[in-house]
Design a protein around this ligand. Structure first.
Ligand code: FAD
Length: 395
């Protein structure tokens, strides 16, 4: 593209959030001229592609439960939602559940309160005492467990790239244009974003701009001299063969000691939060292999039977778009820029949130307010005021 192009909405970043917003906007208003700018159609380094692609109802804030309630509805009925244009029949949802283990009185209280709230919102979370946990999953060591919470329904994992492909195709089917390019500058005057400049020389002027740039979200805000607490944090994921660990009923287990584990066909996927968690270099996608032997394997071995003999088959590193204020999403209109909309900072739980967040941002942009789920708790105002809205069930 050369010269100035004009459109109604420019979406910066075309992975799961940008594509979801494009799908919902074009569904709600087919007359809109929507341009999605995405530099890498392979999505190789996006969080979306490097995700562990799991969905749960077990959050500690009501808005996150509501977001995931809609997320699972969408995942289970993807063909109905996306229609012929999406070209996806199923996301292969594997409903093995999520299991949170608590190892202290304090986290036990959090589980109890969260479970009551989740059930009120329609989730089917159950609390399990150590004995009940052992009866259900006899391969687990429950010696140090105070309490567990388990969601057997509406929790599990699915095909992330088919969800992305479906949103993209459905949006294109509804008239959205995807342009392979990168935004390198944003100009604004009098509280209004005027144009975005592209790496290849083009300039786009739009009525509204959506920042869906994942770990680069802060770079875009910096172009408008705005601080933003989103930074890349590296997470290494291991694919492991453990031939003695035969537990076909295994859920995605989140252990209080900081790791998670779930089956993947005949193997296992697992990861642990690094002790020295810090901002990552943008181009550092080298897996931190030492984490497996140093900290992950001993914890697996202690927690579940059959992890005596293990072989790491592969490992990959992805970046969380980590919100350093409260590890929760930042969604809404920027108070200082009346035509700038944000969908950022999803940390480790954005994939499942894309259906509800894309719908919400489309509602806000088109109608000036949320019409289905009220996402205001996740608004930008709290960021500017430095007031965290904390989600305690962070993985
Ligand atoms: C290891 C790992 C495991 C995860 N597991 C889960 C899970 O189990 N469940 C879950 O719900 N979530 C999970 N997540 C989180 C989830 O993947 C992310 O929250 C979600 O994918 C974020 O989507 P996004 O579209 O905001 O960002 P991204 O997928 O990172 O996409 C951002 C896009 O913006 C583009 N972009 C960047 N800069 C520019 C620019 N200047 N101009 C134009 N385009 C630009 C990029 O090319 C990229 O395609 C995980 C993440 C990781 C890394």
């Amino acid at each position: 593209m050369n010269g100035i192009e004009t459109c109604d909405v420019v979406i910066i970043g075309g992975a799961i959030m940008g594509s979801s917003a494009a799908y919902w906007l074009s569904r709600m208003n087919p007359a809109l001229d929507i341009l999605v700018i995405e530099p890498d159609p392979s999505y190789a380094q996006s969080s979306t592609a490097l995700s562990v692609a799991s969905v749960r109802q077990q959050f500690t804030t009501a808005v996150n439960v509501e977001i995931s309630r809609f997320g699972i509805e969408f995942i289970k009925n993807v063909q109905n939602w996306l229609g012929q244009g999406g070209g996806v029949q199923s996301l292969g949802f594997q409903e093995n559940g999520y299991l949170f283990l608590s190892g202290s009185a304090e986290s036990e209280t959090v589980l109890r309160q969260a479970c009551a709230m989740q059930r009120e919102k329609g989730a089917q979370t159950e609390l399990l005492t150590p004995d009940a946990l052992k009866a259900r999953f006899d391969w687990l060591n429950v010696d140090d467990i105070h309490l567990a919470s388990f969601g057997a329904k509406d929790e599990g994992w699915f095909d992330n790239m088919s969800l992305l492909g479906g949103f993209r195709k459905a949006a294109q089917h509804q008239g959205v244009r995807f342009l392979r390019d990168r935004v390198v500058d944003i100009d604004g005057v009098n509280g209004q974003v005027a144009t975005v400049t592209l790496e290849n020389g083009g300039v786009v002027s739009a009525g509204a701009i959506i920042n869906a740039a994942g770990t680069s979200a802060s770079d875009l805000l910096r172009m408008l001299d705005e601080d933003y607490p989103v930074e890349p944090r590296k997470r290494t994921v291991f694919m492991v063969d453990a031939p003695n660990a035969i537990h076909p009923d295994a859920p995605l287990m989140v252990c209080h000691s900081g790791f998670y584990l779930r089956p993947e066909h005949n193997h296992w996927i697992c990861a642990i939060v690094p002790k020295d968690d810090h901002v990552a270099e943008k181009d550092d996608f080298e897996p931190d292999l030492h984490l497996f032997e140093d900290s992950l394997w001993p914890k697996l071995y202690e927690r579940a039977s059959g992890f005596d003999a293990v072989k790491v088959l592969s490992a990959w590193a992805g970046h969380y778009a980590y919100n350093t204020l409260d590890q929760n999403a930042i969604i809404g209109r920027h108070p200082n820029w009346k035509n700038l909309f944000l969908m950022n900072g999803f940390s480790g739980h954005g994939l499942q949130q894309a259906p509800a967040v894309g719908r919400g941002i489309a509602e806000l942009l088109l109608y000036g307010r949320y019409q289905t789920i009220d996402l205001s708790d996740l608004g930008v105002e709290r960021i500017l005021e430095g007031k965290p809205f904390s989600e305690k069930a962070i993985v």
